[in-house]
Ligand binder design. Structure first.
Ligand code: NAD
Length: 465
């Protein structure tokens, strides 16, 4: 056996032990108490607040994300998520009454939410705090123990989260395991009660297979090609303003941003002009705190290869040393172009012209079901058609990405873009099982179901059920 094999075996053994001790801790029932959950969530909030500056510094080191942008899309949404959880956990954890049918009279029926057990949360890199800690909060508020594996690509945020959690919480309850593919593979060999994964559909399949091995409940938060449609009657100036901000924030490394724009042919020239104006007004740059670096060279090379210089309408320039790709618009894009063969996940916007809504919808449906979809239109009939005919995880009408900022809306994909949903009370549900319970007093009993079947009894049973 070589050294590498010995190290891998030792790591796997450690993970086995970690899961075992978390399961023992869960079985002690400590985490089930609502008071315990509130206390731990308050503790997590305090730790996050105390580490605010370190969090900004770490993410700046990873991909030059500014304090302002980190506060806007990571830090404050995380604090909101914890506050909502603390405020509502008592209500969420209560039994929920449902109607009882006559056949079970005089019984009561209710749902009993219960934690699933030991959770594994695997995070993605583009919003490293949010995509690791938001599911962690969901797991905690539902009363589970959790092993968190953040993405290894932003190394500074990953090790900061490990420090924040591992130095402050009992590893039987919460523990961060850092690592890349070998570590995640070893983690995925263990048996959990819940796996929550955020990342690409390709790795999602690996995770789903590992979960199937143990029949583990799984949530997959994946990606896809998110469309945005601009109809002839849309409020073009406002629509472009909203979409361009959402398209280039985080340098387009945002799973729910609009991947491409379908623009009606009669407004396309005006759309392009306004899009350029908006990009220039926003003045996207790291120095202006509203742009970030591409996460690594691999992604930089992948995204720049998608830019067909013959189709560049605006931008198309980049700097490999600084890992910066300037906001780019591609015009006259066809479905055969490289940029339409995969999720872009970078600051490149392909524009495709369409003539009829049927044609636009057909293009959208030629791809897998997207994580998000956006319609910019003034027509109620078009809005209805969009909602009825286009499958998507979450979306917006006359806006882009902002649905994520409403904690009352669930967040999640469908089909290739994922399964399951979370945020706010949906996170609680995501990490819980709802036991369906019939609770009957013993004083009265209808004898219909007992021995001695007859046609008449069957008819009565049917009426009562
Ligand atoms: P990724 O799938 O490469 O990595 C995600 C996680 O999986 C990381 O923690 C990584 O260490 C682990 N991993 C990678 N390869 C693995 C393997 N072979 N076996 C086991 N584990 C492995 O995704 P990414 O590059 O971090 O993120 C980009 C993708 O994630 C995009 O498709 C994007 O749309 C999607 N995404 C989705 C959401 C969402 O909420 N739905 C949010 C952000 C990103």
């Amino acid at each position: 056996m070589n050294t590498q094999q010995m190290n891998e075996d030792a790591f796997e053994l450690k993970m086995q032990q970690l899961v075992k001790s978390q399961r023992e801790y869960f079985n002690s029932n400590v985490t089930r108490s609502v008071e315990f959950r509130i206390e731990q969530l308050k503790k997590l909030k305090k730790i996050i607040v105390e580490h605010e500056n370190e969090m900004h510094e770490a993410i700046y080191k990873d991909f030059s994300k500014s304090k302002f942008e980190n506060q806007l899309i990571e830090y404050y949404p995380l604090l909101d998520e914890i506050e909502i959880a603390i405020k509502n956990v008592k209500k969420w954890a209560q039994h929920k009454s449902v109607k009882t049918n006559l056949l079970n009279f005089p019984g009561k029926s209710y749902l009993v939410p219960e934690p699933l057990g030991v959770s594994l949360v695997i995070g993605a890199w583009n919003l490293p705090y949010n995509l690791s800690l938001t599911p962690l909060i969901g797991s905690m508020v539902a009363g589970n123990t959790t092993i968190l594996k953040p993405s290894e690509l932003p190394t500074n945020t990953s090790s900061l989260m490990a420090k924040m959690i591992n130095e402050n919480f009992d590893s039987n309850y919460l523990h961060v395991v850092e690592g890349a593919i070998p570590e995640t593979t070893a983690l995925l060999k263990q048996r959990y009660d819940k796996i929550f994964f955020t990342g690409s559909p390709m790795v999602g399949k690996i995770v789903n297979k590992a979960a199937a091995e143990h029949l583990t409940n799984v949530t997959l938060e994946l990606g896809g090609k998110n469309p945005s449609i601009f109809t002839k009657d849309c409020a073009l100036k406002m629509s472009v303003k909203r979409m361009i901000w959402a398209r280039f924030i985080n340098s387009g490394q945002f799973c729910i941003t609009a991947d491409y724009a379908l623009v009606h042919k009669d407004i396309k020239e005006e759309f392009l002009k306004l899009a350029v104006q908006e990009i220039e007004k926003n003045n996207f740059s790291v120095e202006n705190s509203n742009f970030v670096q591409i996460i690594n060279e691999r992604n930089f090379d992948r995204v720049t290869k998608l830019i067909d210089q013959n189709k560049v309408y605006y931008g198309g320039t980049f700097d490999r040393e600084k890992r910066i790709i300037h906001p780019t618009i591609l015009n006259n894009v066809s479905l055969k172009d490289a940029v339409m063969q995969e999720e872009i996940f970078g600051p490149v916007l392909p524009v495709i012209e369409y003539e009829t809504l049927d044609e636009a919808f057909e293009i959208i449906k030629s791809f897998e079901k997207p994580l998000a979809a956006y319609l910019f239109s003034d027509s109620n009939a078009t809005k209805e058609r969009f909602l009825n005919e286009i499958p998507f995880g979450s979306g917006a009408i006359n806006d882009c990405v902002m649905q994520i900022s409403n904690p009352n809306l669930p967040f999640g994909g469908v089909g290739h873009s994922g399964m399951g949903r979370y945020h706010g009370k949906y996170s609680f549900e995501c990490f819980s099982h709802f036991k369906g319970v019939l609770d009957k007093p013993t004083a009265i009993e209808t004898n219909l179901k007992y021995y001695g079947y007859s046609e008449k009894r069957m008819k009565i049973m049917k009426l009562l059920s």
